[in-house]
Design a protein around this ligand. Structure first.
Ligand code: CO
Length: 146
């Protein structure tokens, strides 16, 4: 078997089990929800305010992943700061893992910079940890353990 064929037929993603969510920072959450409804017929499956993070989020389920429309609840929210700096748009990718601590340790060992020094509660009852885009090829990564 060549390496190429093996990549198609064998699991090669290591600690990653699924794309958990794609998070999109928006100014007006209701307008974004309505847009996804009108454009795709997509409906919100989960709505949650995470006050500790200063975010109001709406999850749209796509297969076993989510689109996470995220708005700020206060001016010092990371989402508010991101929109101020870069405008609306792609904010971070949530990678689903079986064990958040194990994945965080592996990323740090590989040279990544942890934002969360230890896993903490996320939305939907998950356990999460954020890793800085610097050292991760410009992508803010959230490790998500269900
Ligand atoms: Co997220």
């Amino acid at each position: 078997m060549t390496e190429e064929i093996m990549n198609e037929t064998t699991p090669t993603s290591g600690l990653l089990t699924e794309i958990d969510h794609v998070a999109i920072a928006v100014k007006d959450l209701d307008a974004a929800i309505e847009y996804y409804q009108q454009a795709f017929g997509a409906t919100v499956t989960h709505r949650e305010v995470v006050e500790s993070d200063g975010v109001d989020e709406a999850l749209i389920k796509v297969a076993d992943s989510y689109i996470q429309l995220t708005a700020a609840t206060r001016p010092d929210s990371p989402i508010a700061k991101s929109i101020e700096k870069r405008g609306e748009g792609l904010h971070h990718i949530g990678y689903r893992v079986a064990n958040c601590q194990e994945a965080l340790d592996a990323m740090v060992a590989a040279g990544a910079t942890a934002i969360d020094q230890a896993p903490r509660p996320g939305s939907r009852g998950t356990t999460v940890a954020f890793v800085h885009p610097k050292g991760s090829f410009g992508t803010l990564i959230e490790l998500v353990q269900e």
